[in-house]
Design a protein around this ligand. Structure first.
Ligand code: SF4
Length: 218
């Protein structure tokens, strides 16, 4: 089974509790206005890798020293068979190694749609942040881009770890953005406040540094 991946990174510390493995899938047809991840929209078979290879990478990069896995995108539920396979592989790893990491997944689809179409996938998650990003709703809660997006706890593991984040207002810690450089690209992980990316671009331009292309506009 293959899965199209935009990127994967470890450690991610701004999308869920603790030190996490972050997996961003490639492909999203939802098209939320103001999405800062437009580089993940196109379907692109050149970005496919095997699910087994991705799980092996997770094992190697984390060396078992992590708290959870965050799956985002892109739209994970637009690759349902691959997501099934990935979650099965992560469950097998967690169970066979006696580990206790949680699995948090983002989706731009409404919760009711996911419950109707993908109840079997939801059973394999610990937590879910559904609903489309709505640019004119405020950013008020940790790990979420707009106030319409709930944090849905689906397991006892998630209820023990994340209950305090469900309704807690965002604080300074929750506003962190991670920056990564891979030799060719600079990329940011986290939930930027409205206008942050444009402000960053303007600041760089004022110092003579221009961006070739950015993910927050076409
Ligand atoms: S915010 Fe998420 S669901 Fe919405 S267009 Fe961007 S990648 Fe897709």
């Amino acid at each position: 089974m293959k899965i199209a991946i935009n990127k994967a990174h470890f450690p991610v510390t701004v999308l869920g509790p603790g030190r996490r493995i972050g997996i961003w899938v490639q492909g999203c047809s939802i098209g939320c206005k103001g999405c800062v991840s437009q580089d993940t929209w196109a379907r692109d078979s050149s970005k496919e890798m095997t699910v087994a290879g991705l799980v092996s990478w997770c094992r190697e990069v984390s060396a078992g020293q992590f708290d959870g896995i965050t799956i985002s995108g892109g739209e994970p539920f637009e690759q349902p068979k691959a997501l099934h396979a990935l979650l099965d592989g992560l469950h097998y790893w967690r169970n066979s190694a006696g580990m206790d990491f949680d699995i948090l997944c983002y989706s731009g689809y409404p919760l009711a749609t996911l419950q109707k179409r993908h109840a079997d996938l939801l059973q394999k998650l610990d937590a879910l942040i559904p609903e489309p990003f709505i640019v004119n709703k405020p950013l008020t809660q940790a790990w979420r881009g707009s106030a319409n997006q709930p944090l849905v706890l689906l397991s006892d593991r998630a209820r023990a770890r994340m209950q305090t984040y469900v309704d807690a207002p965002i604080d300074e810690q929750d506003k962190r953005i991670q920056t990564m450089i891979d030799g060719q690209h600079v990329w940011y992980v986290g939930i930027p406040a409205r206008g942050d990316m444009q402000a960053l671009e303007q600041l760089c331009a004022s110092r003579g540094l221009s961006f070739d292309s950015v993910s927050w506009r076409p």
